[in-house]
Design a protein around this ligand. Sequence first.
Ligand SMILES: *[C@@H]1O[C@H](CO)[C@@H](O)[C@H](O)[C@H]1NC(C)=O
Ligand SMILES: *[C@@H]1O[C@H](CO)[C@@H](O)[C@H](O)[C@H]1NC(C)=O
Ligand SMILES: *[C@@H]1O[C@H](CO)[C@@H](O)[C@H](O)[C@H]1NC(C)=O
Ligand SMILES: *[C@@H]1O[C@H](CO)[C@@H](O)[C@H](O)[C@H]1NC(C)=O
Ligand SMILES: *[C@@H]1O[C@H](CO)[C@@H](O)[C@H](O)[C@H]1NC(C)=O
Ligand SMILES: *[C@@H]1O[C@H](CO)[C@@H](O)[C@H](O)[C@H]1NC(C)=O
Ligand SMILES: *[C@@H]1O[C@H](CO)[C@@H](O)[C@H](O)[C@H]1NC(C)=O
Ligand SMILES: *[C@@H]1O[C@H](CO)[C@@H](O)[C@H](O)[C@H]1NC(C)=O
Ligand SMILES: *[C@@H]1O[C@H](CO)[C@@H](O)[C@H](O)[C@H]1NC(C)=O
Ligand SMILES: *[C@@H]1O[C@H](CO)[C@@H](O)[C@H](O)[C@H]1NC(C)=O
Length: 448
Amino acid sequence: MRLSLAWLLAFLASLHGSLGVTLNVNDTTSVHNATALIAEGLLDYYTGLQPGNAIGMFSNPYYWWEAGGAWGSILDYWWYTGNDTFNGILKQALLAQTGDNNDYVPLNQSVTEGNDDQAFWGLAVMAAAERNFENPADDEPQWLYLAQAVFNTMALRWDDDTCGGGLRWQIFTWNSGYDYKNTVSNGALFHIAARLARYTGNQSYADWAEKVFDWMKGINLLEEGGNNFVFDGANVENNCSNVTKLIWTYNQGLLMSGSAYLYNFTEDEVWHTRTWEFLNSSSIFFNNSVLYEVTCQGGNTCNTDQRSFKAYYSRFLGLTAQLVPGARDKIMDWIRTSAQGAAQSCSGGTDGHTCGLNWFYEGWDGKWGLGEQMAALEIMQNVLCLDRPAPYTHDTGGTSLGNGAAGTETQPTNLAPLNITTGSRAGGGIITAVIGLSIVACTVWLVL
Ligand SMILES: *[C@@H]1O[C@H](CO)[C@@H](O)[C@H](O)[C@H]1NC(C)=O
Ligand SMILES: *[C@@H]1O[C@H](CO)[C@@H](O)[C@H](O)[C@H]1NC(C)=O
Ligand SMILES: *[C@@H]1O[C@H](CO)[C@@H](O)[C@H](O)[C@H]1NC(C)=O
Ligand SMILES: *[C@@H]1O[C@H](CO)[C@@H](O)[C@H](O)[C@H]1NC(C)=O
Ligand SMILES: *[C@@H]1O[C@H](CO)[C@@H](O)[C@H](O)[C@H]1NC(C)=O
Ligand SMILES: *[C@@H]1O[C@H](CO)[C@@H](O)[C@H](O)[C@H]1NC(C)=O
Ligand SMILES: *[C@@H]1O[C@H](CO)[C@@H](O)[C@H](O)[C@H]1NC(C)=O
Ligand SMILES: *[C@@H]1O[C@H](CO)[C@@H](O)[C@H](O)[C@H]1NC(C)=O
Ligand SMILES: *[C@@H]1O[C@H](CO)[C@@H](O)[C@H](O)[C@H]1NC(C)=O
Ligand SMILES: *[C@@H]1O[C@H](CO)[C@@H](O)[C@H](O)[C@H]1NC(C)=O
């Protein structure tokens, strides 16, 4: 009902030639005004404050992981615009979902939670540490501690038994996808390790990042020479020899910006070259400098998750521009042009500024959702990325406290097999099967 009404009103608005959100990328106030509207629209999907709902969670059908992604975008919103309207609910949300072990593996998500899901909350708290976001009270876990706990518990799942290493997609054996070693899980481990290395100065994290990178390259998840594409993953069944060659913006971005962090930390030319390789090969995701999800957008098959991928890629582009000065001109051209496209797509819905999926479609393309809103917000606020300091480290302004052993200090009870009912196990299987199907759908589209 809400959908069709929104559609109708947007359709009427489009008849009146609505131009979307007004954005002048050269005018900071214009970016502030425009992003404020988009951010409000994003939080329309937040149901955590309604009675009986879980703090930190968004409405159906948005999974727990995407909530972690969305809070990361709200953190960016504060950081890039200086608008702290949502900081209270942001802090409350980040602290509500840490789980008993303070590592973002809450028991009530074990039906679906994979390594990649945990990592997206890890990215949000890592950024909170790097931006010196208001520290939690002393008796609560701190941002850096939480990011380290995510890293440590993920690293503990490193699996040498198949494929010579790597993380499996799933944490829990009962979830389908347990036999798949995917790039977003491993790429996120690499990326978080790189950020922890730079923030703490602890070389162990850089060593881990290198180990993950080498493993990914070794099994050809990262294409050698030529295109430098980042592929989706590989099944353990045949020792990861059969790589699923789908490309996604967020995987490309995790590797690109992780390399940028390592270059900025080590000043090693190898990481500079790798940053540039991922940046150059990103051009596959741009149409006349306007960002799009090439694997599913044209075929109109992007699922709920995939509609949010451009948000993280936009975020990672901004971080790369901050950390690798030589890349700024190229990146800012992409960000500004894409932001302009995104803004003009934000002319749908009852509020008149609901954002669409396709940013080179003239006007709103009729798509809407948390992913669309988040992606438009991230690309628009990253127009300001060079006006704000690069991520802090513990030496340059970061005050968050951590612990190298975070997440491993107590028995990780959350990793023990649970008394899970057949019902929820089946549910997990169905959910993963739906995701699997959409991957197949995309493959079919690609082949066609
Ligand atoms: C923004 O400024 C650049 C020069 O810095 C200019 O090329 C571009 O046309 C301007 N864009 C708008 C929308 O004014
Ligand atoms: C931003 O919004 C304020 C308050 O609505 C308005 O006065 C101002 O003209 C706007 N500025 C721009 C550049 O859009
Ligand atoms: C801050 O953000 C809120 C929510 O998006 C918005 O209503 C408000 O106008 C913004 N304030 C300024 C100064 O832009
Ligand atoms: C899951 O558990 C966390 C505590 O770990 C709680 O804050 C949250 O509300 C619960 N989520 C749901 C959906 O019940
Ligand atoms: C499986 O792949 C890894 C990484 O490429 C390799 O080191 C290992 O020898 C392979 N094992 C078998 C049994 O082929
Ligand atoms: C490789 O995986 C694809 C699907 O991901 C499957 O269709 C194909 O049969 C597999 N090839 C081999 C040699 O296992
Ligand atoms: C990236 O592309 C630029 C040209 O746009 C080229 O000069 C540079 O060598 C490329 N870098 C890498 C590492 O491929
Ligand atoms: C690129 O954008 C133009 C509109 O600006 C559109 O006509 C064209 O189909 C797009 N190309 C792809 C590959 O989507
Ligand atoms: C690392 O990032 C900082 C902050 O943007 C920048 O000033 C510095 O030049 C970068 N270091 C390298 C080696 O590029
Ligand atoms: C450095 O990081 C490693 C890996 O997480 C950890 O085991 C070690 O305690 C850390 N060292 C310090 C001095 O924090």
